[in-house]
Design a protein around this ligand. Structure first.
Ligand code: FES
Length: 157
């Protein structure tokens, strides 16, 4: 059984046929080749799969694609376009991650970036402690947390 849904993904409208049990994560990675979004735990524990749904951060491994019918999805591949400076410009948070060396292996980075943008959209985490708390759903096995918080603080400040 397949269900017809339409999503706007990184600014592009897509009409899709999906099995009702397909997660948003699997839809992005397996069906649309948007492999920037990573699968870590596949059960809502690590944050590697974080994307933006209508500007809000969501663990895409926990969301069924059919439940997001009509939504606007932004993945790490689409963050640059949000900078408003054309396709080749990085989003300010991406620039800040580079500047502050906010990754080591990079596996968690797409989720960290999307979560950071979601956090900025939410607009209520201001202090360093609040940022750390608000980012606590995004796990980094390399332990780059200090630099990740530095990068977010830099952009939010
Ligand atoms: Fe979704 Fe870990 S893969 S939270």
């Amino acid at each position: 059984t397949r269900v017809g849904i339409s999503l706007t993904i990184n600014g592009q409208r897509r009409d899709l046929q999906v099995a009702p049990w397909t997660t948003l994560l699997d839809l992005l990675r397996e069906h649309l080749d948007l492999t920037g979004t990573k699968k870590g735990c596949d059960h809502g524990q690590c944050g590697a799969c974080t994307v933006l749904v209508n500007g809000t951060r969501v663990n895409s491994c926990l969301a069924l694609a059919v439940m997001k019918d009509g939504a606007e999805i932004t993945t790490v591949e689409g963050l640059a376009a949000l900078s408003g400076e054309g396709r080749n410009s990085l989003h300010p948070i991406q620039e800040a991650f580079i500047e502050h060396d906010a990754f080591q292996c990079g596996y968690c980075t797409p989720g960290q970036l999307c979560s950071s943008v979601g956090l900025m959209n939410e607009g209520h985490a201001k202090s360093r402690d609040e940022i750390r708390e608000a980012m606590s759903g995004n796990i980094c096995r390399c332990g780059a947390y200090t630099n990740i918080v530095d990068a977010i603080e830099d952009v939010m400040g």
